[in-house]
Design a protein around this ligand. Sequence first.
Ligand code: HEM
Length: 452
Amino acid sequence: MNSPSIDQADFPRRPNRSLSHIPGTSGLPVFGQTFSFLRNYKALTELRFKKYGKISRGNTLFQHSLTLLGPEANEIVLKNSEAQFSSMLAWNPLLDRLFPNGLMLKDAEAHRYDRKILQGAFKKSAIEGYLDTMNPQLERGLAAWPKGQEFHFQHTVKQLLLEVAAEVFLGVEMGPEASGVNQAFVDTMLASMAVVKLPIPGTLWHRGLRGRQHLEDFVMAHIDTKRREQGRDIFSQICHATDEDGNHFSDEAVRDHIIFLLFAAHDTTTSTLCSIIFALAKNPEWQQRLREEYKAVGKTQLEYDDLGQLEDSKLVFKEALRMYPPVPAIPRRTLKDMELFGYQIPKNTAVAISPLFTHYMEEYWSEPTKFDPERFSKARAEDKKHFFQWVPFGGGAHKCLGLNFAEVQTKLFLFHLLTRYQIQVKEGYDMPRSWVPLIFPADGLPVTFKPL
Ligand code: HEM
């Protein structure tokens, strides 16, 4: 269930700080635990669980908040069956200047209404259309990558995904227009991580605001054409999508949703592909298993229905998302006073659950630090002990809208890659990670693709 309509005046932008009755620590003066959070979010969360258990207070990034750990906490927060948690109030302070009115920044009826319309852009027939665009683009893009010599996978795949997104999301073909849009998008994304949010020329934030403006201008300039024609890109799909009474989104709503979708899709997919490539490089037997799976399909281009047969690929996708969920923590704000795990929690408290922590709990996963895709197989079904133990896409009303799209894109990418190359990393290499705000390789992931 979603939360009821929210009067934002009842909820100051800064969350409640009266949490001293809950176990935990405020950490250093002013900075709290910000340094340990940024250095190693995973280690910090594990330490908090050991010291304080499923619920603890802390202070990171100048905000007092509660960390709620484990599948039970995930279920309470994500299912939100008593309309106690707001996604909008939690994400607004982070995203509302650059990505206003995106789906994650809505609650209650406004969220339900928009989500239902947007779902039209992710139905099977729409994804089949995106797949037709992605197939040749991924193939061409990969053919141009360095072969037999080391390069940084993260930056290279990010660029390729940007080029794919320009065409699949916006329907712009490569050229100066796509480059301008891509740069504007990169600037907007980078600004979402800016610490200083003042529009001073030369700063990340200033470039981000200009990037957002460029994206808005682009969308508004093309919207009439998109509404007139029936294109196969996501922008077109959103222009044509309607509610049950045949009403379309307004121009401004289309603009805000498409820009938010670009944001929601890009770094999450980049992060996922980095994790998979690292895992496959370290586990060449899985590269071989995937190649055999592709051979069994017996085609040089995959179509939508072929993807469903790729069971080993799905196991790899799931296991990489278990070990390295791109969104390691999901925030919410409480809408009411409530009791959680025996403690009174006041209204307007910032809380966060942790997919990353849950994905390593020994109660649920055997040898959690081991890459073992078969734990998701029907025979072992390790993921079936609790419905909320594997939550890379969140859950409940805000569950990721693009999860099928992400799986399709990942499978296509791996097909084009592994049918041509062997992925290698240097002997003894272990990928250093930065864990927040999204999980990424800290060194760009140096790899070599050796032609087969
Ligand atoms: C493997 C890649 C991805 C991961 C791990 C991922 C993860 C997530 C998570 C954890 C949430 C929930 C956030 C919350 O509850 O606060 C979410 C929401 C969302 N994701 Fe994804 N995402 C991925 C790819 C994508 C793609 C490719 C798209 C679009 C094409 C997308 C669109 C969205 C949207 C629109 C929402 C908001 C849904 C709502 O609030 O109703 N995501 N995603």
